[in-house]
Design a protein. Structure first.
Length: 280
């Protein structure tokens, strides 16, 4: 046999057999037959040029050379296993769950993270559920009251926004001529903003959406005016896709918060992802 062809499977069989000193138990752990264990050990003995075990009535005994070799092989095999496990973990993805309404804020940050840290892999799953549970994910962005133990990313503050191609109103009353785009099936977000300003408006034309992100997209296309979270639309305003005609924003009492798996169960780089997303 070529000396370059190190029989790793045979070494593994030797280590298991040396621990049990019993072919039956070694075969059970390795999920192979006793004959297969014997053949693997014979392969290693042939490669080494000396015997590793002697057979006795009560089982196997290590030969003097086998006993001398065992500690170094145990140490080397453990280092090999640790190295491969570390490499496997470092290539694992961080499973992140986030509500669709957070995508306008989240996606640019994940793109920037990938550019700076290509070794961090994030598997993103979007959901309409705002529930504060990790489920099977490593981290989750949740919307609503901040859950215990979570990191508050930013508080929701609403303000009207519309396409930059539209002539903006100068007074709140002028909003009445627009179609009102609602981020929810009801009108609660608009009512929250108006109540914060102690104002009232007739809403003759209305369009309701399932998420804030859809309402924002409709506003960008010039369909009307929506109320949106100032953090979520920050890039759209800076890049000229939207305008916010009024400086006043109203806090809703809700927040976007980040939950993360406990450190002992966390994948590599989860703390780096959390730190990145927390830098609002």
């Amino acid at each position: 046999m070529s000396r370059s062809a190190l029989p790793l499977n045979a070494i593994h069989a030797f280590l298991v057999t040396a621990r049990h000193l019993n072919l039956t138990r070694a075969a059970s752990e390795l999920c192979i037959t006793q004959g297969a264990v014997s053949r693997k050990i014979a392969t290693l003995e042939s490669w080494l040029g000396f015997a590793l075990f002697t057979r006795h009535a009560r089982g196997l005994h290590l030969t003097e050379q086998g006993a001398a070799l065992l500690p170094e092989l145990q140490q080397g095999f453990a280092m090999l296993v640790n190295a491969t496990e570390k490499a496997s973990r470092s290539n694992a993805s961080i499973r992140l769950k986030a509500p669709t309404c957070a995508m306008r804020w989240l996606v640019p940050r994940l793109v920037a993270l990938e550019q700076q840290r290509p070794d961090i892999h994030v598997a993103l799953t979007t959901t309409l559920d705002h529930g504060s549970q990790l489920d099977n994910f490593d981290a989750a962005i949740v919307f609503g009251p901040s859950p215990a133990g979570s990191i508050c990313l930013f508080e929701e503050r609403l303000t009207p926004v519309m396409a930059s191609s539209v002539t903006p109103p100068t007074q709140i009353g002028e909003l009445a001529k627009f179609t009102f785009l609602h981020p929810t099936p009801d009108s609660r977000d608009w009512q929250l903003w108006l109540a914060g300003l102690d104002a009232a408006l007739p809403m003759a034309r209305n369009q309701h959406f399932a998420t804030m992100d859809l309402a924002i997209s409709a506003a960008i296309q010039g369909f009307g005016v929506t109320v949106a979270d100032v953090t979520l639309v920050q890039n759209d305003v800076v890049n000229g896709r939207l305008i916010a005609p009024f400086a006043t924003s109203v806090a809703t009492g809700a927040s976007y918060s980040l939950l993360q798996r406990a450190e002992k169960d966390a994948p590599p780089f989860l703390p780096e992802l959390v730190a990145w997303l927390s830098e609002v």
